[in-house]
Design a protein around this ligand. Structure first.
Ligand SMILES: [Zn+2]
Length: 275
């Protein structure tokens, strides 16, 4: 599915557009005989749901896409429901899931930047860019993206997985953390892995990245080899970490997550005769 991002909508949209509409972070959907669907309409106001100013996203397979924030006190008409984005991955095509994440980040950014962060005046949308400009002081605010490293540490047949107190019971995942000002991705990995588990790593290899709209992360995924140290967790951010043999892993995140991708990739590489 080809998606072409754009900011300014064409003036003459006659066909139905796809509407990614969010209410307190959840996506407006409905179910028909074809399954779970994202609403389509010429104008969102046709659906009779109170909403804020829409934002144009671009074209998916030629069809125009918008995102819009539903007013907090709006009534959701019968037949529609609100879906948690984390669960959406299992219901719709991966391209639609990615686009829903993009849409959510834009409406969240919009609502959080109604005023200039420098002088406090109401902001105005930029004429051509995805940005907000302050008419008083000229400051321009762009959507914020927070880079976050995520890393599978390996030791031959074993991988290092940890769990945070807020994880579902029994679930373990790869280590992750936000990149701090002034850090390279590599510095962030060395620091986070050591802070969270007391382990030192080497031979970092980039594999893939994934936008993660909760609320505006970009997960940047690596493999790293064990270099030294014994596992020590702080009991707050991480409650337990351990080495797991790749043939007897605990519960790990579901397919579609970058954490799972890093784990599956390592198992595949390890079992590949070409290594
Ligand atoms: Zn200002």
């Amino acid at each position: 599915m080809e998606f072409i991002p754009e900011v300014v909508p064409p003036g003459d949209i006659q066909d139905d557009s796809i509407w990614f509409a969010f209410h307190e972070g959840r996506l407006l959907m409905f179910r028909d005989e074809y399954g779970a669907m994202i609403p389509q309409a010429q104008r969102f106001s046709d659906l009779g749901i109170a909403h804020r100013q829409p934002h144009y996203l671009g074209r998916l397979e030629g069809q125009h896409c918008f995102t819009v924030m539903i007013e907090q006190d709006a009534d959701i008409p019968q037949g529609f429901y609100l879906q948690d984005l984390r669960k959406l991955a299992m219901e719709v095509d991966p391209h639609l899931f990615m686009l829903a994440g993009r849409a959510r980040q834009i409406v969240e950014w919009d609502i959080n930047h109604q005023y200039c962060s420098r002088c406090g005046a109401p902001t105005e949308p930029h004429a051509t860019d995805r940005a907000k400009t302050c008419p008083e002081c000229g400051y321009t605010q762009y959507p914020r993206i927070s880079p976050c490293i995520i890393v599978l540490v390996t030791r031959g047949y074993e991988v290092l997985l940890a769990r945070a107190p807020h994880f579902p019971a029994g679930m373990y995942s790869t280590l992750a953390g936000f990149v701090e000002p002034g850090e390279t991705l590599e510095m962030a990995i060395h620091r986070e892995v050591f802070e969270e588990t007391g382990i030192q790593v080497t031979n970092l290899r980039y594999l893939d990245s994934q936008p993660w709209p909760f609320p505006h992360s970009l997960m940047i995924g690596f493999h790293a080899d064990y270099a030294g140290g014994d596992i020590q967790v702080d009991g707050v951010e991480i409650e337990h970490a351990d080495w797991w043999a790749i043939n007897s892993l605990p519960n790990v995140p579901p397919p579609g997550s970058i954490s799972r991708f890093l784990i599956d990739q390592y198992i595949e590489q390890f079992n590949s005769p070409r290594r």
